[in-house]
Design a protein around this ligand. Structure first.
Ligand code: ATP
Length: 366
């Protein structure tokens, strides 16, 4: 399997820079999800890799092969689109078989075995003789996936394949995707704007913002240690809380939400901000341990059924995510703890490599 290497890749549409000077590698045999807000350039980037869009600048290599100027059919990539093109009068099996027409080097027996394998993995065997027109949107999309993986392409591109299928079919598709990954190890690029899908499927997520890659790391790392405030904000429902210090004096920072001050790290005049995800804000009964007193401003329900408290500590506002049976849900006042091991610090929107050190209040007054 080749890796995919992009070097200084850009695409402009008139004055609009849709993809802006991207240099990155998609490692061989892995799944990379391109994730980002609408209009950030995901589809344009993927279309350039497919050969459907000509770069304004830069190169694309599959392994050592420079494919920048090759037409799509000479790149040998499988593609699954939002709206798959299907041969409606043909059956599921025939639609998958058609994908193998150009695989002349593959003996007929091997082709038959491959079609059976793919149908089994995608749980399409019982639909083999049904016509595409008789299938629901999820099953049709599974056939599209089947056609892409049946071929011997080493690279498969998925462009938001679950956007137009119902929720239950979407879960089925995701299960099928995981199953075929256990058998086949193509290099996969998967465009989505659904962060749950990206977190579930990806070996790494390439988070895009305004035509650039903001960060490309394994999902958990992106979630826990975003390189930018944008990453902290974009991932999560809701995203990270960002808290400015109440004051800075002689290199010591005070935050409303922390009981102890922090030593300000050197480097940079811009304000330093603390980021913490709502699920890491611990909510305790008032007066507990080292907890800081907080007023409950609002209660709401978060995606997934968890409860969300909007809290006020001095001038600071932040959100805490709780289990639906959490005792703190009815209180008007609570204590909160924001464990430093879950806090991330940013200056001018970029994460500091190291967290500032905590000082005890006693040390400040000594
Ligand atoms: P979405 O999630 O909404 O599909 P995206 O991240 O895939 O968005 P693109 O479709 O790549 O974003 O578009 C990036 C930018 O390029 C957008 O501003 C879009 O309007 C613009 N764009 C894309 N294709 C063209 C085109 N053929 N002509 C002019 N502008 C284009």
């Amino acid at each position: 399997m080749p890796d995919i290497r992009l070097s200084s890749l850009s695409r402009c549409f008139g004055p609009l820079v849709a993809v802006d000077d991207i240099t990155m590698t998609f490692p061989e045999g892995t799944v990379t999800c391109l994730l980002g807000p609408s209009g950030c350039g995901k589809t344009t980037l993927m279309r350039m890799i497919a050969g459907l869009e000509i770069p304004t600048n830069g190169t694309i290599c599959f392994g050592d092969r420079d494919v920048t100027k090759l037409p799509p059919r000479r790149r040998d990539v499988g593609m699954v689109f939002q709206y798959p093109v299907m041969y409606r009068p043909l059956s599921v099996q025939e639609n998958i078989a058609i994908a193998l027409r150009r695989e002349r080097h593959m003996p007929a027996a091997e082709q038959r075995r491959r079609i059976e394998d793919v149908m089994e993995i995608l749980q399409l065997t019982s639909h083999r003789d049904r016509h595409i027109g008789e299938l629901d949107s999820g099953t049709r999309q599974k056939v599209a996936v089947g056609r892409a993986i049946a071929r011997s392409s080493n690279v498969i591109l998925f462009d938001e394949p679950t956007t137009n299928v119902e929720v239950s079919a979407k879960l089925q598709l995701i299960r099928a995707f995981k199953q075929f990954r256990q058998r086949f190890r193509q290099t996969i690029i998967y465009v989505t704007h659904d962060q749950t899908e990206a977190m579930t499927l990806a070996d790494q997520i390439a988070l895009m913002q305004a035509g650039r890659i903001s960060q490309c790391t394994p999902p958990q790392m992106l979630y826990e240690r975003p390189d930018t405030e944008f990453g902290g904000w974009f991932l999560g429902n809701p995203g990270m809380n960002f808290v400015s210090p109440r004051g800075v004096r002689d290199g010591v920072l005070a935050f409303d939400i922390l009981p102890d001050p922090l030593v300000e790290p050197s480097g940079g005049a811009a304000e330093l901000r603390l980021g913490i995800r709502p699920e890491y804000v611990r909510v305790l009964p008032p007066g507990s341990g080292d907890g800081v007193r907080a007023r409950v401003l609002r209660r709401s329900i978060a995606i997934g059924g968890q409860r969300l408290l909007t809290l006020a500590v001095g001038e600071t506002r932040l959100k805490a995510k709780l289990a639906p049976d959490h005792a703190g849900l009815t209180a008007d006042e609570v204590a909160i703890e924001c464990p430093l091991q879950h806090a991330v610090f940013f200056r001018a929107g970029a994460r500091l490599p190291e967290a500032p050190r905590a000082l005890s209040v006693a040390a400040v007054h000594a």
